[in-house]
Design a protein around this ligand. Structure first.
Ligand code: GLN
Length: 504
């Protein structure tokens, strides 16, 4: 098979080709390895998706051990190489979470999600660029330079899993792992025209993920289509005794097959869509998402398609959703200020030289090692947790979080899923939002509520606006992944989005 033919295959199709013997696992690995390595070697002339690329296929693949599907339950991943966001610890391989403070850090162990997938047949292809400690929506907060959007190199791929999303969209990796704390899988998937799934909180082990906000962080797939997302998710879910918050997934993850949506009730929350029946909401933060007209058009066209497939579309209320972003920007910085206390120059990565004493060494290391967004959040979080303010900020944000969960629970009594645009805008220009943190934070207006509630949500490409991809978000109750994937699949077939222009 030629490299062009190989790159054209979805991950599931590539796995099938390996299973049948029409493609060898090492041929498949090499085709992607060459493309990923070339992008990395191109430096600023490439997409800057990768921070590290494997030098060769793992030995067991060359010897043919992966040629046959490994004897696991569920579908085999049959040697389809995997790009992994930098913040997953990978033994002996740089794992820097996009930060100077972890430059050169080689972990002595591998994250559970990555080792499970490797065990199921998906070997590590490379580590992908990301916003520093996953804080950001554009990958511009990476200490290693921004990743670029393959649809338009003057624009961001979204973030924080921007390197993973851009790599999959550009055909530099068949599929990738990302993490989502407030939207970091779904928003870059939307901006790059691919599929991104944030699973139910706890469905995937966080062991070995360099933490940002532990009560929100969740790993998930970034893939070319919905079938690939199901396949990858199936290889990573499950209880892990090393992560006390991980859960046994109650069902086997199934490959989606639905063609119709008869009887499926889709709820459109006015609070997150400005009442998609007409007009975009204002962009003054709390009052609305400021959804672009082109995004709203693609969203409404997708609702019409859903109705053609038999779905019932109706309005639903999420009264506290407009406060989600404010609560998130208290809770996530609070958790990050605690999680990032461990980076002190003693245990990992960077240590500032020439310090007078221990305190001076801590201070200099953190001064030199953290970028401005991370420092902003550590300061915000430390303030919000300080004794005089704890209840006014952290306690109050926790109460808002509870209200948001209750809103979803109530909504799911009258609808099966909630749908919104994934991101209020298409991919924006590099540097367009770096000077204005609030406008950057607004990217996650529609994704943060689901993160606070711990429920699963998927973004699928639903069309173009200004020749750039638009994402359609579908969220469901805890552990509804199989039904969620089915609905996404039926819509995907009807939409027929063509991602190939990004793979040149
Ligand atoms: N953009 C959001 C933030 O900066 C979400 C990031 C994420 O999901 N990791 O916090």
């Amino acid at each position: 098979m030629s490299d062009v033919d190989i790159i054209a295959l979805s991950a599931a199709a590539a796995a099938a080709a390996v299973g049948e013997g029409s493609l060898s696992a090492s041929e498949l690995f090499d085709a992607y390895r060459e493309r990923a390595a070339a992008d990395r070697a191109a430096g600023a002339d490439g997409l800057n998706c990768f921070t590290w690329v494997a030098e060769q296929a793992p030995p067991e693949m060359v010897s043919g051990a992966f040629a046959q599907p490994p004897p696991l339950t569920g579908a085999s991943l049959a040697g389809v190489p995997l790009a992994v966001k930098d913040l997953f610890c990978t033994e002996g391989v740089p794992s820097q979470s996009g930060s100077r403070i972890l430059e050169g850090y080689l972990p002595p162990y591998t994250a559970t999600a990555v080792s499970r997938l490797a065990g199921a047949g998906a070997p590590l292809l490379g580590k992908t660029n990301q916003d520093e400690f996953a804080m950001g929506s554009s990958t511009e907060n990476s200490a290693f330079g921004p990743a670029l959007n393959p649809w338009d190199r003057g624009r961001v791929p979204g973030g924080s899993s921007g390197g993973s999303a851009a790599a999959v969209a550009a055909g530099l990796a068949p599929w990738a792992l990302g993490t989502d704390t407030g939207g970091s899988i779904r928003q870059p998937a939307a901006l790059c025209g691919i599929v991104g799934l944030k699973p139910t909180y706890g469905a995937v082990s966080r062991y070995g993920m360099i933490a940002f906000a532990s009560s929100l962080d969740q790993a998930g797939p970034l893939t070319r289509d919905v079938t690939d997302a199901a396949l990858l998710l199936g290889g990573m879910v499950g209880r892990d005794e090393r992560d006390a918050t991980s859960l046994q997934f109650p069902y086997e993850i199934e490959l989606p097959a639905a063609e119709r949506l008869d009887g499926v009730r889709l709820g459109v929350p006015e609070e997150l869509t400005g009442g998609a029946a007409g007009g975009g909401p204002s962009s003054d933060g709390e009052a609305g998402a400021g959804i672009e007209a082109g995004v709203l058009d693609a969203f409404q066209a997708t609702l019409a398609r859903a109705e053609e497939l038999g779905a019932e579309v109706r309005p639903v209320r999420l009264p506290h959703a407009p406060h989600a972003l404010s609560a998130y920007y208290v809770l996530a910085p609070a958790e990050c200020s605690s999680n990032l206390a461990r980076f002190d120059g003693v245990r990992y990565g960077l240590r500032a030289q020439g310090a007078d004493d221990l305190l001076d060494m801590y201070t200099r290391t953190r001064h030199d090692g953290f970028g401005p967004e991370v420092k902003r959040r550590i300061m915000l979080g430390t303030y919000a947790l300080s004794s005089g303010y704890y209840d006014a900020f952290y306690g109050r944000a926790q109460r808002v979080r509870t209200k948001i969960s209750e809103d979803f629970r109530a909504a799911f009594e009258s609808v099966d899923f909630i749908v919104t645009p994934t991101s209020p805008t298409v991919a924006f220009r590099l540097k367009e939002k770096t000077g204005d943190p609030w406008s950057m934070y607004l990217n996650d207006y529609c994704t943060v509520p689901m993160s606070l509630a711990g429920i699963p949500a998927i973004s699928i490409p639903c069309g173009l606006s200004e020749a750039l991809p638009v994402g359609f978000q579908i969220a469901g109750p805890v552990f509804s992944e199989n039904r969620l994937l089915d609905v996404a699949y039926a819509l995907e077939q009807a939409i027929g989005f063509d991602g190939s222009p990004a793979r040149v």
